[in-house]
Design a protein around this ligand. Structure first.
Ligand SMILES: *Cc1c(COP(=O)(O)O)cnc(C)c1O
Length: 494
């Protein structure tokens, strides 16, 4: 299967192989790579997938998209990426919260956030892509992170052959624990740098580096080229499609639904990557009815889904779900491309760049409304959901998952829709332990991560995940903070 840019408006688009798309990350015209067509998943496929392990399911589904990859090699990579050692207790287990809502826990990997689901496999896909395309230069991965991506990418890429990685994070935009996880990162091929500003500043900085031709030439002279691990890379997105299909199989296996039954999916959303993966699964034929897009007070997507106007020119809030504090959701571009084609996408992205906003034609807005529902939660509502759910359902949700849970409940209440819902649970409550502990009524007086984790554990009788415990004992390696204008210089450091 071949891939093309979302902004390629020519009659004969420039197609590249999946290895090439994964190697490049972003298309040369600034667009995102999309498969030329979407494979179908039938109930026959579902029957085949049901008895399989997560790794086998992942290899089966990935091979539908990555047709130039060797199938056995994909299976070996998936088995290494989703091993019991990396994902204790299984890669994407389902936990019932109440009669209708099932939490799809995507955070049992090495960094305790859902980004591990893609970032444990993607470096392996890239490494193979480099060999398959005869690449002799080193790939330098550049990442802008709102917290969780950075750590997950560092863990995924550390000491991978032919690759090194530089991570930029907004200095005040991540939690203390997230900062500590990144600053203590181990590995011989890793670099971490804080940036003054918010996530969008960091992300725009990285995007500018990717489209800077002079800098790219300089990098080549030094024997490397830039590549991305952000969810703009198809190699990040494809592995995320897997867990929605896998969850559907598990819900049949555990008797919650029958084969063919429609379910809803709710996703705490930032960059629109996770929910877009659910949309792809839906396009492939998985019986997903509504996709509920959950936001915090940075509700640019809620407004977009309700009104058809995307307007990033608004106040930016720092919330207790920082991985969703985003005003430009990059992967929305892929949705625009699927429903409206490349010329419209190219036009709207131009407007967004120039005016900070755009409005969809009415017919396309209607298309979006048939599938997507947009809701958001305030900070108080989020705390309330955490407390309520812990008290009534005995389920401890992190701040991001809580936003999703609250939005799913709002939607069900407003619409009367009682379909089984899969809630993407995106982080361990211990990653945002201070806010979670406070929400359930335990005042946090220390800002020492060790004390905070202990407090939450004692208060809830739950265990601190071992990777977080380990972080507390590691020495700090990275302490630098730079202006966004200095990012290109950091990107090209030897
Ligand atoms: C990244 C992240 C999100 C947002 O996911 P997108 O794919 O960017 O929409 C939500 N919750 C957590 C914990 C995350 O790390």
């Amino acid at each position: 299967m071949n891939y093309r840019s979302t902004r390629d408006t020519s009659n004969t688009p420039a197609y590249v192989s999946s290895a090439e798309a994964i190697k490049k990350g972003l298309a040369p015209d600034g667009g995102l790579y999309m498969p030329e067509m979407l494979p179908r998943i039938s109930s026959l496929d579902v029957a085949t997938l049901r008895p399989m392990s997560y790794a086998q399911r992942a290899a089966y589904i990935l091979s539908m998209f990555l047709t130039d990859y060797d199938k056995d090699a994909l299976l070996r990579d998936c088995e290494a990426a989703y091993s019991e050692e990396k994902f204790k207790g299984g890669a994407a287990p389902i936990v019932k919260i109440d009669d209708s809502i099932n939490s799809l826990e995507l955070w049992h990997g090495p960094t305790c956030a859902f980004k591990d689901m893609a970032l444990q496999i993607m470096p392996r896909l890239l490494s193979r892509a480099l060999t398959m395309t005869g690449e002799d230069k080193k790939a330098r991965i550049l990442v802008a992170t709102s917290g969780d991506t950075g750590k997950a990418a560092l863990e995924g890429y550390r000491d991978v052959e032919g690759v090194d990685i530089t991570v930029f994070y907004p200095v005040d935009g991540v939690s203390r624990m997230q900062k500590m996880q990144m600053a203590t990162q181990e590995g011989g091929n890793v670099n971490v740098c804080a940036v003054y500003g918010n996530f969008d500043d960091a992300q725009n900085g990285v995007k500018a580096i990717f489209s800077d031709k002079a800098l790219a030439e300089k990098a080549l002279e030094d024997g490397m080229f830039f590549s991305s691990a952000n969810s703009i890379n198809w190699g990040r997105l494809a592995p995320q499609i897997v867990y929605y299909i896998s969850a559907y199989c598990d819900l049949i296996e555990n008797g919650t639904i029958v084969d063919g039954e429609e379910i809803n999916v709710c996703v705490p959303t930032g960059n629109f990557g996770n929910i877009f993966a659910a949309y792809i699964a839906r396009c492939m034929g998985l019986p997903l009815a509504k996709l509920i897009c959950a936001s915090n007070s940075n509700c640019v997507l809620t407004d977009f889904i309700k009104t058809g106007t995307y307007d990033r020119t608004r106040e930016f809030f720092k919330t207790m779900s920082p991985s969703m504090d985003i005003l430009i959701s990059s992967n929305l571009e892929r949705l625009l491309y699927v429903i409206g084609g490349a010329s419209l996408t190219s036009e709207l992205m131009g407007e967004l760049k120039e005016n900070g906003k755009y409005t969809l034609p009415t017919s396309l807005h209607n298309t979006i409304c048939e599938v997507f529902e947009g809701y958001y939660l305030t900070e108080e509502e989020t705390s309330e959901v955490i407390r309520d759910t812990f008290e009534k359902n005995g389920y401890l949700a992190d701040t991001h998952t809580a936003v999703g849970l609250g939005c799913a409940r709002k939607y069900m209440k407003e619409s009367g829709d009682t379909k089984v819902t899969v809630l993407a649970s995106t982080a361990s409550p211990y990653k945002f332990a201070a806010d979670v502990a406070e929400a359930i009524g335990h005042k946090i007086t220390s800002d020492e991560p060790a004390v905070i984790l202990e407090t939450l554990s004692k208060a809830t009788g739950t265990e601190i995940p071992s990777p977080l415990l380990r972080t507390l004992t590691l020495p700090v390696r990275f302490t630098r903070t730079v202006d966004p204008s200095d990012m290109p210089a950091v990107a090209i450091e030897k």
